[in-house]
Design a binder for this molecule. Structure first.
Ligand code: GLC
Length: 738
C-alpha cells in the first residue's frame, strides 16, 4: 500500500477498530500455546477487543501462525492482519550466547550475523517483530537483566546496537527472512536503585545523555522499527507516561518515527507508581506521551473511546498512533502477503540447521573469557582429566530468555567430550546439583519446586564422594560451576554475587584432593570470584553459551579454538563495590589501589577500589607485548584527525587474537569526564613472534559529549590516549585540541 491508501483505510475505520489496533495480547487468548513473560492479571479485555487486537505476543510456529492469521483476518472489518511479536533475544531455536556473552566477543559483526540467523528462523516460523536488542547500559551485577545487555560501555553497546538492528532488519524488513527490531527499554531501565528489579531510576541529564543514551541513539539511527517504553520511573516520571522523554527526546531529537509499545502492563502500572489516578487517567497519560501499543492490558481498548468521545483526547492523537501501526504492517508487506515468510517446509529446513549450529558454536567460542590460566590450559592428550560438577551433563545451558530452546537440541559438555575423546582419558562425576535446598530461593518458586522434586531421591553425600574419588586419581580437574539459567534474567535481582552454597562446598572438597583445577563458569552476570580464584589454576567464563555450548567449551579447553573474549563488564571484587565500572569520574580525591597514603582519599577501608577483573580484560593461549605508543602529532585542530599507533607483538608460543583497545581521557571538561573511555578497538591475529603496527584514527566525534549547556560537541584542551589490552592500561601519550 502507499501512504494515501493507508490514510484512506484509516479514515474508513471505526473508532473501536482503530483502538483495537493498539492492543497487544498473548496468543493464549487465541487458544494457542504461548510463552508468558509477565504477570497475568485481569486486563479488562472484552471479547471484541481481543478479536480485533492489532498484534499478538507469544505465538510461534508457521502452521499455527497461518491458521490464527487466516481466521483473524476474516473477522476484521477491513481484513487488516495482526503483527506477530516475540522475544527472540539470543536466537530463536538455535540459541547463541546471552547478549552479555556476545558483548565479550567485542565483535558486533558476529552479533549481526547471529541476529540475521535468528531472524531467519523466526521469520519462517511466523514472527514479524522481535523485542530485541535490549540496550540498557548496566553497571550493577545485582540486576538480573544484566545478562541481556552487552555490558557497561556505551561505545561497545552502541556498536552492537547498530549491528543487531541491521542483522534483524537488513535494508528492508519486507525482504524475506527479515524481522523488525524493537529497541528496549527506553530509557535507563538498567540503572535500578540498589540493583533491584523494576526499582526507581535516578540519572542526571549528563549521565543519561553521555552514558545511557548512545546505544538507543545508535539503534534508532540504524532504523529500528519499534521502541519499547521501560517500566521504571526516570527521575520521578514513569517512562510510559513521560511525554518529554518520548515526544521531545525519542521522536523529535532522535528522529524515531516507528511504533512505541509499552512494556507488559506498563500503562496500568502507572497507577501503582502513583502517576495515574485510575485506568482512564493512565490511558490519557500514555497516549499523550505517544505510546502507540498497549501490551497486555485492556486500558487503551476500554478507555480511549470514552476519552475521544468526551474530547479529553483529540482524534488526531489516536489516528497518529494507529497510522504508525498500519505503517509498520505495510513496511513488513503484510497487506500484500499476511503470511510473509511463514512456511512449514522452510521451518523444517532452516531451524537448527547445521549452518546455524556452526554459527552458534563460533559465537559461543568467541564469547568465552579466560580469566586465569596458570599454565594448565589447553588440556593435553594422554592427560587423565576428571570432568566434575553440575554442568558436566547439563543441557539447559542457555539464557533465561531462550523461550523456545529445547534441552534436547543442546550439546552438553559430556556429549561434546564423548563425541571427540581423541587420546584423552576422561572421567565424569556430577558432584552436586546446581542448587541445594539452601539455594532454592535463587530461582522462581516453580523452578525450585521442580528441582526439589528431582532431588528427592538424590543422595548428595554419595554424589560428592564420587566426585572426590574421581578428582583424586586425575591429573587435572575440569570443575563446572555457576548459576542456574533462571538465576538471571527478568525479576532475578540478587543481593549477593556468590556461587550457590552447595557448589562452594564442592569446590573446597575437590581442592583438598587435587589443586589442578580448571573452573568452567556458567553465569548470566559477573559473580564474586574471590573464592574461585583462590582455588583454581584456570577460570574460563562461559556465560550461558547456548545450543552449541558443550562443543564450544570442549574446543577451547583442548586448544582447538582459543579463548578470545574480553570482559564487557567489570567483575567486582565483591558485591559491596557495586555499581563498579571502569569509566568512572576521578573524584576530587582520587586514590590508586596500593598507594601508602589512604586517609581522606576516595577508597574503602576494607576492599580495593578496582574490580577483581576489569572491563576489557581477558587472556588467550599466548602473550602479547605493546610498545611504541605514538601519536602522529600532539596538536589537533578543528576538522583534523590524529593517528595513534602501537606495536603489538605475539611474545608467546601459540597463535593469538588480541583485542587492542583505544581509550581516551578528556582531562578538563565543562562537566567532569571519565578517567578514560573506550573509543575504538581492533581484533588482531598474530602468529608466535609476529609483530604489527596497530593504527587508530582519532576524530573530533570521539572527543564529543553532551556539555554543561546541553549541546553536543568537543571542547579544546588536553587529552590523554591509551592503547592496551584492557581498561587498566596506564601508559598514555597526550595531545591538545585547539
Ligand atoms: C517483559 C520484558 C520485556 C519483554 C516483554 C514481552 O516484561 O520487560 O523485555 O520484551 O515483557 O515479553
Amino acid at each position: 500500500m502507499n501512504q494515501i491508501e493507508l490514510k484512506t483505510l484509516l479514515a474508513d475505520m471505526s473508532l473501536e477498530e482503530k483502538v483495537y489496533q493498539l492492543l497487544q495480547v498473548t496468543s493464549g487468548f487465541f487458544n494457542q500455546e504461548t510463552v508468558l513473560t509477565g504477570p497475568m492479571r485481569d486486563g479488562g479485555f472484552s471479547e471484541e477487543s481481543i478479536a480485533g487486537a492489532g498484534s499478538i505476543i507469544g505465538l510461534f510456529g508457521a502452521k499455527k501462525y497461518k491458521e490464527v492469521q487466516h481466521t483473524y483476518m476474516q473477522q476484521q472489518p477491513h481484513g487488516i492482519p495482526f503483527l506477530m511479536m516475540l522475544d527472540v533475544i539470543n536466537g530463536f531455536k538455535t540459541v547463541f550466547p546471552i547478549p552479555l556473552g556476545q558483548g565479550a566477543a567485542f565483535d558486533p559483526e558476529l552479533a549481526g550475523r547471529c541476529a540475521q540467523m535468528a531472524a531467519k528462523e523466526a521469520a519462517v516460523s511466523g514472527v514479524h517483530v522481535t523485542f530485541s536488542p535490549m540496550l540498557d547500559l548496566v553497571r550493577d551485577a545485582r540486576w538480573g537483566r544484566v545478562m541481556e545487555s552487552t555490558g557497561e560501555d556505551c561505545k561497545l553497546n552502541a556498536d552492537y546496537a547498530e549491528a543487531i538492528v541491521k542483522g534483524y532488519q537488513g535494508e528492508d524488513v519486507s525482504e524475506p527472512y527479515r524481522i523488525a527490531a524493537c529497541v528496549k527499554h527506553f530509557a535507563g531501565y538498567g540503572a535500578p536503585t540498589a540493583g533491584r528489579e523494576y526499582n526507581t531510576v535516578e540519572l542526571s541529564e549528563n549521565t543519561l545523555r553521555n552514558f545511557y543514551m548512545p546505544a538507543y541513539e545508535a539503534a534508532v539511527k540504524a532504523g529500528a522499527k519499534v521502541v519499547m517504553a521501560s517500566f521504571n520511573t526516570l527521575n520521578g516520571i514513569p517512562s510510559t507516561g513521560n511525554r518529554h522523554l518520548m515526544r521531545e527526546v525519542l521522536r523529535k531529537e532522535l528522529g524515531f518515527e516507528g511504533v512505541l509499545i509499552s512494556d507488559w502492563a506498563g500503562i496500568e502500572e502507572m497507577i501503582n507508581h502513583g502517576y495515574a489516578s485510575d485506568r482512564k487517567h493512565a490511558a490519557e497519560l500514555a497516549m499523550n506521551a505517544g505510546v502507540d501499543v498497549d501490551m497486555m492490558t485492556g486500558i487503551y481498548s476500554k478507555e480511549l473511546p470514552e476519552l475521544i468521545k468526551e474530547e479529553m483526547l483529540p482524534m488526531e492523537l489516536l489516528d497518529e498512533a494507529v497510522l504508525r501501526v498500519l505503517e509498520l504492517k505495510n513496511q513488513m508487506g503484510l497487506f500484500e502477503n499476511p503470511y510473509k515468510d511463514a512456511d512449514e517446509n522452510l521451518e523444517k529446513e532452516i531451524v537448527l540447521c547445521k549452518e546455524n549450529r556452526k554459527l552458534a558454536r563460533e559465537a559461543a567460542e568467541k564469547s568465552f573469557v579466560l580469566l586465569e590460566n596458570d599454565e594448565i590450559l589447553p588440556l593435553k592428550q594422554l592427560e587423565k582429566i576428571a570432568f566434575i560438577g553440575p554442568f558436566v551433563d547439563e543441557k539447559e545451558i542457555y539464557g533465561a530468555w531462550s523461550m523456545l530452546a529445547n534441552a534436547e537440541d543442546t550439546v552438553s559438555i559430556k556429549e561434546a567430550v564423548l563425541a571427540s575423546l581423541d587420546d584423552y582419558q576422561i572421567t565424569f562425576a556430577k558432584g552436586t546439583p546446581i542448587l541445594g535446598a539452601e539455594d532454592y530461593q535463587l530461582v522462581p518458586d516453580h523452578i525450585a519446586e521442580q528441582i526439589a522434586k528431582e532431588q528427592e531421591n538424590l543422595c548428595l553425600e554419595e554424589l560428592l564422594a564420587g566426585a572426590v574419588e574421581a578428582a583424586k586419581t586425575a591429573d587435572k580437574v575440569v570443575l563446572t560451576l555457576g548459576e542456574h539459567r533462571c538465576m538471571s534474567g527478568e525479576a532475578a535481582s540478587r543481593a549477593m554475587l556468590d556461587l550457590p552454597a552447595i557448589q562452594q562446598k564442592l569446590l573446597n572438597a575437590i581442592y583438598e584432593v587435587n589443586p589442578n583445577i580448571v573452573v568452567v563458569l556458567f553465569s548470566g552476570r559477573p559473580l564474586d570470584l574471590r573464592e574461585v580464584k583462590a582455588h583454581a589454576k584456570a577460570i574460563l567464563q562461559v556465560w550461558m553459551p547456548g545450543t552449541e555450548g558443550g562443543n564450544a567449551i570442549w574446543n577451547v579447553l583442548k586448544g582447538q579454538a582459543e579463548p578470545v573474549g574480553r570482559l564487557p563488564i567489570s567483575f567486582p571484587y565483591c558485591v559491596g563495590q557495586v555499581p563498579v565500572h571502569y569509566d568512572e569520574f576521578t573524584t576530587g580525591r582520587p586514590y590508586k589501589d596500593g598507594a601508602k597514603e589512604r586517609q581522606y582519599l576516595s577508597n574503602y577501608r576494607d576492599i580495593p577500589n578496582k574490580p577483581l577483573y576489569p572491563f576489557g580484560y581477558g587472556m588467550g593461549y599466548t602473550t602479547f607485548s605493546y610498545s611504541n605508543l605514538t601519536l602522529d602529532t600532539d596538536i589537533m585542530r578543528e576538522g583534523e584527525t590524529i593517528q595513534a599507533s602501537v606495536v603489538l607483538k605475539n611474545t608467546g608460543a601459540n597463535h593469538g587474537v588480541e583485542t587492542v583497545q583505544l581509550y581516551i581521557r578528556d582531562c578538563v571538561g565543562s562537566v567532569v569526564r571519565p578517567g578514560k573511555q573506550l573509543k575504538d578497538y581492533q581484533k588482531v591475529a598474530l602468529n608466535p613472534g609476529e609483530e604489527r603496527k596497530v593504527i587508530f584514527t582519532i576524530t573530533e566525534d570521539q572527543l564529543s559529549f553532551y556539555r554543561a549547556d546541553g549541546t553536543y560537541g568537543c571542547e579544546p584542551g588536553e587529552f590523554q590516549v591509551f592503547i592496551g589490552k584492557d581498561s587498566n592500561v596506564e601508559e598514555f601519550q597526550s595531545f591538545v585540541l585547539k
